[in-house]
Design a protein around this ligand. Sequence first.
Ligand code: SAH
Length: 378
Amino acid sequence: MTAPDKLTGSLTRSPWTPSRDEWAETLGDVPAYRLDQLWHGLYEEGSAPPDISTLPKSMRADIGRRFQAALRPVAEQRSADGNTIKWLWETVDGSRVETVLMHYDRRSTVCISSQAGCAMDCGFCATGQAGFKRHLSVGEILEQVVAARRSCRNDSADRDDDAAGSGPSRRLSNVVFMGMGEPFANYDRVLTATRRLMVDFGLGARHITISTVGLVPQMNRFADEGLQVGLALSLHAANDTLRNDLVPINRKHSIADLIDACRRYRERTGRRVSIEWAMIDGVNDRDSDADELIGVARDARAHVNLIPLNPTPGWPTVGSPTQRIERFAARLRSADVNVTVRRNRGTDIDAACGQLAGSRSTTEPGAGPTTVELRPRR
Ligand code: SAH
């Protein structure tokens, strides 16, 4: 086994960590088509080196000794309708991370984790409740996308047999950094992974979204990277007193600073930031909250995504009732703020926003969702 990665503590070297140039250097003196075959295997087939059958056996074995997949599947769960799939992974050092794939009519989106756990301590978020373990490496971030792509492809192949290509598409079209962790706290690796998603996975910047709790220096830095990646800001409160309480990092980066960062992002990239707002019953769903949000959204030149708060074990408050969400959305709309209400996905398999806790879900297989154990629990 190779030495632990200095920055992440990851114990393996994932074959998806090196760039193509770095792989060329690692392979050394081999014909160029070998690199093409390796690349095709890693990125088109989503195979680990030992399974890339076009490579000679000795080469597979040699690479396989030096590079191993960093995420080991522990369990896979599917929602009752089959359109939401969640994976629980274990890293070599025993951290647990989760990934969620969501199929919609015309797109398939994977929600990936950037850290094992999270240090931001937002009380309503299951990951925050569990605390921080470590940053994920580039390979650990990308392996989640590899798994999602493979799943899309397998699903399509299955359906082609019995449904002759009918039904929604199964091509991975979007990646959102909205799983476990704060992507901008793991800035360098998230940026590298984002670039690699564009170059090696062929995803357009507009099909990638990074969601941040609001780390202002990194938001500004990201605006200058020259990428047209989507940026989502988890606001949840539009006055500092309430936000200090809900999102503790607000004590460091106030709402006024966030507004400046959003405007700057728009100026530099031409892309509007989207404000995420988890609707919490009686906490941030009143008319007065809507009015404050209208002011911030206008100043920030942002549009707004409303998400009903999902229940988590460590937080007593519940999500707003549908009627209140509709009323809130209507109030924003009447003030010309662009607003969407996000559908709740994956609640039956604990795969909805903020529910990723890295431990096994309490959902049992049976009536609705299905769980496949991929490895015995330790
Ligand atoms: N740390 C990043 C990304 C991960 S969380 C961020 O804060 O943006 C992804 C989104 O889910 C964030 O908007 C987060 O605030 C939201 N979220 C967390 N817990 C939630 C919950 N219980 N219900 C609904 N949304 C939640």
